[in-house]
Design a binder for this molecule. Structure first.
Ligand code: WT7
Length: 652
């Protein structure tokens, strides 16, 4: 991350909003100013006004913020509504025939769903779920490829008040098992398989493996036929989605839930070995996804929006499955990877579907940038008018490439800082207002009170690095960690008398007041925009019979942001040569099986021991230096076992 800070400190390019963009923007500069003013004067009233304006209520609320159980905050508590109704039904009169989802498979098959089509598909599945005994509050695990049915499944759960827990299709059986068991899901929705990178990923096979080893709460598995690969169907438990919905009526009365009713759980990594189930509520979550799609993405009725994230991540929840639909947008959903059949796939799709607003991650931008300017130059990208990024700080070089080569120097770039826990964008440009600086996510949105503070919670001045905190509750904040209030409190509210939300990032503000994210303060890695806990990977490694001890750290990587480096101590002798190579291969495979391919260490080093202080603490800072290949200048003689440093460096 230090390279990012270094370049950021010297960044002095500024990009004010283009005049024609401002002229057509949903949010005019004077309106934005009024929003900021209102939020400052009356934080609760600001959010209540928006909630009344943006959400269609079944029963109006009278309570804005309930902070009586702080740090568990609740919003609009006595209101009732339904998220799926807000995403679909309320558009039927005005946008029934408007495309909601333009789906494209990796093999090139396409299907467009209008809002009315979505109403039908969601209604049928929701009825099918009800017929299968799924009731309000029941958990449903969704383990799907990135196809329109994944969105339909999420919407169907929301429609009947079931709480979905989407597990990314790239996660392994073990990771899926952990998430099923923790959530206590009774039903799983999956698919035979999906296509990624030219290969069929057999999701049902992995799901079966997970179900074999999990504690047995799942009684029904709904399998969408997609890839056509062969699968085993367990009699009495497994049913084809297509069969389940065949006789179901399309109309499905929504379950009118209270605002705080949990909409979903989404598991994410933290500093311990086990991922935590981030729990989001219904109305508050919906509200922030709506306003950010309007304010940050400036979505108009004519726009074609494309967020490339998978629904397995929060970005795919807020900016694919919910937000764009709630504002009545048309969006592209794509199943595959950006490089099939070649590195022009995304640009070809932008051209073919006339994409106007495009949202992706810096890691993807860097990977495509490496392929050269000639590829995007072959396509007509002139419809694009706004670009966005998320997941990690974007290095100014990648920002400039995105701006010039993809955006034709015409499109503002919104660098959006937020987290699984925050539900929606928190610090991000308002493209009609904000002057952009490559590498900075700029300013907190209206109503978001972000600050950079020291250990004592005092605000820091320009260019001083500190803890990124949010000082006032906001509607889409996480409500708790599923069935673990203690972890919720100790992770997010451990400092500052429990008054400020601790984001887990360090940041600084520049003299203009722009925020710069510097990196995580905990043992969490950011690999290709995905969050991975070092402890999680370490636990997977030590679960291997040959491994005695392991420590995992990150190292800067030019495409992924961070690469994973594992230092491993085996039970037997330290392997060398071909034996070491074999072991590296086996351990990489092992981690891939236990967590998923994204968690595979890039580099594995063996030694006779880990560098520890005399009191037994692993010297992680030293490991990070070794991983980077830095010269070790610090005195290592206080180490309990100095000799291992040379082994880990590969010098002995
Ligand atoms: C962490 C959250 C939010 C969806 C994707 C990741 C990092 C996210 C930015 C950005 C710098 C960013 C932070 C954050 N992050 N967006 N624009 N600039 N850093 O969600 O897995 O919950 O990870 O991603 O470190 O805490 P997530």
């Amino acid at each position: 991350m230090s390279d990012t800070i270094e370049s950021a400190l010297h960044e002095n390019r500024h990009f004010p909003p283009p005049a024609d963009f401002v002229a057509n923007a949903r949010l005019k500069p004077e309106e934005a100013e009024a929003l900021y003013r209102k939020a400052e004067e009356d934080h609760e009233g600001f959010w209540c006004d928006l909630a009344r304006e943006k959400i269609t209520w079944h029963r109006e609320f009278s309570v804005g913020l309930d902070d009586s159980q702080a740090p568990h905050y609740a919003w609009f508590t006595d209101g009732r509504m339904n998220v799926s109704y807000n995403c679909i039904d309320r558009h039927l009169d005005t946008r029934g025939d408007k495309p909601a989802i333009i789906f494209e498979g990796e093999n090139g098959d396409t299907r467009t769903y209008t809002y009315r089509d979505l109403y039908h598909e969601v209604g049928k599945l929701a009825n099918g779920l009800r017929a299968s005994g799924v009731r309000k509050g029941d958990r449903v695990v969704i383990y799907m490829p990135m196809i329109a049915e994944a969105v339909i499944a999420m919407q169907a759960c929301a429609r009947i008040g079931a709480v979905h827990s989407v597990v990314f299709g790239g996660f392994s059986a073990d990771a899926l098992r952990d998430r099923i068991d923790n959530s206590g899901a009774e039903v799983m929705i999956t698919a035979d398989g999906g296509t990624r990178g030219g290969r069929v990923v057999s999701l049902k096979k992995t799901a079966d493996k997970a179900l074999d080893i999990c504690s047995g709460t799942v009684r029904k598995v709904i399998v969408c036929k997609r890839a056509g690969n062969e699968v085993n169907m367990t009699e009495g438990r497994d049913v084809w989605w297509q069969d389940l919905v065949a006789d179901q009526p399309v109309d499905c009365e929504p379950e009118w839930v209270e605002s705080e009713h949990p909409l979903f759980l989404l598991y994410t990594s933290g500093s311990t070995g086990k991922p935590k189930g981030i729990q989001h509520a219904s109305a508050g979550y919906l509200l922030n996804t709506i306003i950010t799609n309007e304010w940050v993405f400036d979505l108009h009725d004519e726009d074609i929006f494309w967020c490339t994230a998978d629904v397995g991540w929060i970005t795919g929840h807020s900016y694919v499955a919910y937000g764009p639909l709630a504002v009545g947008a048309t969006q592209v959903v794509y199943e595959g990877v950006p490089t099939v059949p070649d590195g022009g796939r995304w640009w070809q799709m932008c051209q073919a579907h006339g994409v106007t607003v495009f949202y992706t991650a810096p890691t993807a931008i860097r990977a495509l940038m490496k392929l050269g300017d000639e590829i995007p130059a072959e396509y007509d990208l002139s419809k694009l008018r706004l670009l966005g990024t998320v997941g990690e700080p974007i290095n100014p070089e990648a920002w400039m490439w995105y701006y010039r080569t993809i955006g034709g120097e015409r499109c503002p770039i919104v660098d959006t800082w937020w987290q699984t826990e925050t539900g929606a964008h928190m610090i991000a440009p308002l493209p009609s207002v904000t002057t952009l600086t490559p590498g900075s996510c700029t300013r907190p949105l209206p109503g978001i009170v972000a600050d950079v503070v020291n250990e004592e919670g005092e605000s820091l001045g320009p260019d001083q690095g500190g803890f990124l905190v949010i000082k006032k509750p906001w509607p889409s904040m996480l409500r708790t960690v599923w069935q673990d209030d203690h972890r919720y409190k100790s992770t997010y509210w451990p400092k500052f008398d429990g008054k400020y939300y601790l984001a887990g990032d360090s940041a600084r503000r520049d003299p203009d007041g722009n925020f710069w994210i510097m990196g995580r303060i905990d043992d969490v890695l950011n690999v290709s925009g995905h969050r991975l806990g070092t402890m999680e990977i370490e636990s997977a490694l030590v679960a291997h019979e040959a491994v005695a001890e392991a420590a995992v750290v990150g190292r800067p990587h030019d495409v992924k942001g961070e690469a994973i480096v594992a230092f491993v101590i085996l039970k037997g002798e330290r392997p060398t040569g071909a034996a070491a190579e074999e072991m590296v291969k086996a351990l990489r495979e092992w981690v891939s099986e236990h967590i998923g391919p994204i968690a595979k260490p890039d580099d594995i080093r063996f030694a006779d021991g880990l560098p520890k202080t005399r009191s037994g603490k692993i010297m992680r800072r030293l490991l990070r230096s070794i991983a980077k290949g830095e010269e070790i200048t610090s005195d290592t003689s206080t180490l309990e076992n100095e000799a291992v440093v040379a082994q880990l460096q590969g010098k002995a």
